[in-house]
Ligand binder design. Structure first.
Ligand SMILES: NC(=O)c1ccc[n+]([C@@H]2O[C@H](COP(=O)([O-])OP(=O)(O)OC[C@H]3O[C@@H](n4cnc5c(N)ncnc54)[C@H](OP(=O)(O)O)[C@@H]3O)[C@@H](O)[C@H]2O)c1
Length: 344
């Protein structure tokens, strides 16, 4: 029998942000943990993934996914342990990958859960390099980017969950990998640990010049993670028949209006036309979900033999999730941002 006193701590959306989210947009609540009925399991969250897409869920503008309702629990990928089970497919102690959101306890009927090994030494990897961000890098670069040996691949947010994997796969494919990241520490990590050929700090006043110098043969694949001023510097460097997997635009997620300055649409479309550039957006699981098994097999091998390295930025305590998420949109994370919700 479950203790009736188990408390569920959860983070709910209190107000829709105008511009950058602030702490007051979130509320932390303590409520009794739910009790599973027939067919259900009670999950205790161990790790919560924080990802830029969550900014979109806080707004109610039309998008590819429904927003979190006001007062609703913030959405998020999780690694959880089965705490109580009324479902014959799950037993107490099972570890599962799912989307319980920003809360300590949740109910599930088992749909959409993936069982992980009970004794996996590093389960949080299923939220990062072996999970959604790694998968995004893999299909976005290989399917849309189509990198060929000797080509130059550029990726921004290069020390982050997606970008770090993009550049390392580019190296596996025999390309020159150039990262863009915020600050000297991140750039050093990208070159010295991840093995990119170069990394340029987008906060440098000489960013455009430095990027040009790092790409002496132009850019064949630009994996777009950020948009904004970074894309302005990339555009003139794109080669004829370049490919641009359009993965994310984190520099714009807090915008409340179109960017100021001259209208650049004409320049963009003329460049795309005259250079015959392919630019394609994608939403990873909607567009490539059936390829997850193939990805996982390959990436597990690459991680095990050290071909692909990863870095996690672990924050302890669910109550710190709002501040950590706000920081993610400002570049304060260094590696895949994960909240450790409970000790294992
Ligand atoms: N399409 C899909 O299915 C899909 C799936 C997953 C992720 N994504 C997208 O992929 C991108 C990367 O996600 P992630 O999870 O790997 O995040 P991440 O790189 O771990 O973290 C976000 C990073 O974005 C950079 N950034 C923030 N504001 C910026 C700005 N104004 N200019 C330049 N860089 C800025 C920061 O890095 P620096 O300090 O280095 O600038 C920050 O650390 C996001 O746009 C995300 O939405 C898309």
């Amino acid at each position: 029998m479950l203790e009736p006193t188990i408390v569920n701590q959860r983070v709910v959306l209190k107000s829709r942000p105008i511009g950058a989210p602030v702490i007051g947009d979130f509320a932390i609540e303590q409520v009794p943990a739910p009790i599973p009925s027939a067919g259900q399991i009670l999950l205790r969250t161990e790790f919560l993934s924080l990802d830029p897409y969550m900014r979109g869920r806080m707004s109610d503008v039309a998008s590819y996914a429904a927003p979190v309702p006001l007062g609703g629990v913030m959405e998020g990928g999780t690694i959880s342990r089965v705490e109580a089970s009324q479902n014959r497919d799950f037993t107490i102690g099972d570890v599962v990958l799912g989307s319980s959101g920003w809360q300590r306890y949740s109910l599930s009927d088992g749909a959409g859960l993936t069982k992980l090994g009970r004794n996996m030494s590093h389960p949080s990897l299923a939220l990062g390099v072996l999970g959604m961000p790694g998968f995004t890098a893999y299909v976005g670069l290989l399917d849309i980017g189509g990198p060929k040996p000797g080509e130059t691949v550029v990726v921004a947010a290069a020390s982050g969950a997606v970008g770090s994997v993009v550049g390392q796969i580019a190296k596996v494919k025999g390309c020159r990998a150039v990262g863009i990241a915020g600050g000297a520490d991140k750039c050093r990590f990208v070159v010295e640990v991840l093995g990119f050929d170069a990394c340029i700090d987008h906060r440098s006043p000489h960013f455009a010049e430095l990027l040009t110098g790092a790409c002496p043969k132009g850019i064949d694949v630009y994996f777009e993670n950020v948009g904004g001023a970074v894309f302005d510097a990339v555009l003139p460097l794109l080669n004829a028949r370049a490919r641009v997997p359009l993965c994310g635009l984190v520099a714009n997620y807090n915008d409340t209006q179109l960017p100021s300055g001259p209208d650049r649409l004409g320049l963009l479309t003329r460049t795309l036309l005259t250079k015959r550039i392919k630019m394609q957006g994608f939403i990873v699981f909607s567009d490539y979900g059936e390829r997850y098994g193939e990805f996982l097999k390959q990436m597990t091998l690459w991680v095990a033999d050290g071909t692909i390295k990863f870095r996690e930025d672990i924050v302890d305590g669910l109550e710190r999730a709002p501040q950590a998420f706000i920081g993610l949109l400002q570049g304060k994370n260094f590696g895949k941002l994960i909240v450790r919700v409970a000790e294992r």
